[in-house]
Design a protein around this ligand. Structure first.
Ligand SMILES: C[S@@+](CC[C@H](N)C(=O)[O-])C[C@H]1O[C@@H](n2cnc3c(N)ncnc32)[C@H](O)[C@@H]1O
Length: 361
């Protein structure tokens, strides 16, 4: 058994069961052992899955172009660009590289901050960004980040936050929570006698009444209070500017579509979806769709104004359109960039499943 599986077993301990959220947190982030804590190649061709960043530098260049337009429209001198979930620092390098070349004045003024709780990941980021030493500052959490004039953004951060997996008991007309047990030498699903998620304990999860009546027994979905809290805390950091997330995600009602009766939780290894999210903890990525409705509400409660939710395709195509008349501020549209653009925006690739939420103050 792997060291991480041993650790999860010891956390399950005598209680006999842990919530899936705790299992996922350990599987992905247990110090030195979790999936995102070890220096293996996770993202890209040699890894387990692609992100828009691993497609090439175009994604960062387009974002940098848009960020610069937003920041330059604000007359205040110093700005911060805050990236969360920077992983190996590649997106930061693409953005900073573009700004340095095409917006040298803004590049001088901007402070690039990375929110990174893990020291292992901070180390990889420092290596990738060595040519920008002195330009980038690290913060280990939102709590230590000063208030922001500019932008807080992330790519595929919120869909990597731990989720509680919950099920519908049609007879009792109640939600219950799925936990994880160790049985016959493997981790297995087990209904929790005492749910951990507050919304399940208090049965406060909002489900439209007409849906409640037809929701099949055992209907499964996920909730991520950690993602909601993170978004709320980030929103409260914005003194002026924007909060932006690009994520695999859905509106609240879309979680209840019949084809999602088993939820949105997925495990990936070597570019394949794996059947069992509980198998091989630390060796496969675990992810679940972000709930954009919840994030939007959290941001609005913190006083932010929402822009209409866009698909990645719509968002990047709009930026592309703005680069055309601004030739001196964008790299040449070579065949390599054009191919990357197609992958980033094509509905069958990354264009439709990824959505972009922008809120501002
Ligand atoms: C799916 S990866 C995305 C990586 C990168 N943004 C990209 O697009 O290629 C998710 C990243 O979020 C990081 N992460 C998870 N929780 C975080 C938190 N609370 N603050 C900052 N980063 C976090 C993970 O360690 C991982 O590097």
């Amino acid at each position: 058994m792997s060291e991480l599986a041993e650790k999860i077993r010891s956390v399950i301990g005598t209680k006999g069961v842990v919530s899936f959220a705790r299992f996922m947190e350990l599987a992905l982030y247990a110090p030195m052992l979790g999936y995102y804590e070890r220096e293996a190649q996770r993202v890209g061709r040699a890894g387990d899955f692609y992100t828009s960043v691993s497609v090439g530098s175009l994604f960062g260049e387009l974002l940098a172009f848009q960020f610069a337009e937003w920041l330059e429209a604000d007359v205040h001198g110093k700005h911060q660009l805050v990236e969360a979930g920077a992983h190996d620092g590649k997106l930061a390098a693409d953005i900073l590289g573009h700004l340095q070349k095409f917006r040298p004045q803004l590049f001088e003024q901007v402070e690039y901050c990375i929110l990174e709780p893990s020291f292992a990941r901070q180390k990889w980021q420092r290596e990738t960004l060595s040519s920008f030493a002195g330009k980038v500052k690290w913060f280990d959490s939102l709590a230590t980040l000063p208030s922001v004039r500019g932008l807080v953004f992330s790519n595929e951060l919120l869909d990597a936050f731990p989720v509680h997996r919950i099920g519908w008991d049609a007879t009792a007309q109640q939600w219950f929570e799925w936990g994880v047990r160790w049985e016959n030498e493997r981790f297995v699903w087990a209904r929790m006698a005492e749910p951990e998620a507050k919304a399940v304990r208090g049965q406060t999860l909002q489900v439209p009444r007409e849906l409640r009546a037809v929701l099949p027994d055992g209907f499964t979905t996920e909730i991520s209070p950690v993602a909601a809290e993170w978004w709320s805390a980030a929103a409260n950091k914005i003194e002026s500017g924007r909060l932006l997330a690009i994520d695999y995600g859905l509106r609240a009602e879309e979680f209840y579509a019949p084809n999602r009766a088993n939820g949105t939780l997925r495990a990936y290894a070597k570019h394949r979806v794996c059947d069992d999210p509980l198998a091989n903890p630390g060796e496969q990525d675990l992810t679940a769709s972000a709930n954009f409705t919840v994030l939007q509400v959290m941001g609005e409660l913190a006083g932010l104004k929402s822009e209409p939710l866009a698909t990645q395709s719509q968002f990047l195509t709009r930026i592309f359109g703005n680069t055309i008349p601004a030739k001196e501020r964008f790299a040449e549209w070579s065949s390599v960039r054009t191919r990357q653009f197609q992958t980033l925006t094509h509905p069958e690739h990354l264009g439709r499943p990824f959505r972009v939420l922008v809120q501002s103050r």
